[in-house]
Design a protein around this ligand. Structure first.
Ligand SMILES: Cc1cc2nc3c(=O)[nH]c(=O)nc-3n(C[C@H](O)[C@H](O)[C@H](O)COP(=O)(O)O)c2cc1C
Length: 174
């Protein structure tokens, strides 16, 4: 899809069909993650690919408020910040900030790549971090940043209002 069209077409999808994701589409999403920019190209992120239904159900139960649609996804990508990869190459600010930004930009690329493949996904940022770590046996040094349930949409796109450009963009100063 043309990039401008993709940016307009993308929206959060919160209902999924029970239909397997073809491996070429999954590969396209994973490659978008791999090619994401990162601070100093240190790629301070880790991504766990979850396909097992039992684990998907457990992850769906970690949200702070109920979001049961997550359990219907056939795939969840869980993005972690990994400060260890940047520790020797950055100051305190960089160690705190860059792994989170590295994970965040990769999530964005995965979310857009899914839409480009005709798949739906939604950024899940509200969850109990300790529970996610426990389910995926992640080291305490890894911080879960977001989960991305992915699947074939079982709903029409719903487009949310945005602030007008002149409210967000400030010319030369703010
Ligand atoms: C940091 C972040 C956290 C989010 N957390 C959740 C979440 O926990 N559950 C959810 O359903 N959507 C979540 N979303 C999706 C937003 O609700 C959604 O992007 C926003 O309402 C705009 O709608 P759109 O994506 O359809 O354009 C999150 C998005 C971001 C960027």
């Amino acid at each position: 899809m043309e990039f401008r069209d993709l940016v307009k077409a993308r929206c959060s999808i919160r209902a999924f069909q029970n239909k397997e994701i073809p491996s070429d589409k999954l590969q396209a999403i994973l490659e978008a993650i791999r090619l994401a920019p990162s601070a100093k190209n240190l790629q301070s992120l880790e991504v766990v690919l979850v396909k097992q239904k039992e684990t998907i159900k457990k992850l769906a139960a970690t949200t702070l408020k109920p979001q049961p649609f997550i359990a219907d996804a056939n795939l969840i990508l869980v993005f972690f910040a990994n400060p260890k990869r940047i520790a020797e190459n950055s100051d305190k600010r960089g160690i705190e900030l860059y792994p989170i930004q590295d994970a965040t930009v990769a999530i964005t690329q995965a979310h857009l790549a899914a839409a480009n493949e005709g798949l739906g996904s939604v950024w899940i940022g509200s969850f109990a971090e300790a529970k996610v770590r426990e389910i995926l046996q992640a080291s305490p040094r890894l911080r879960p940043i977001a989960m991305l349930p992915v699947g074939y949409p079982d709903t029409k796109p719903i487009y949310q209002e945005r602030r007008p450009l002149n409210d967000i963009i400030h010319n030369e100063k703010i």
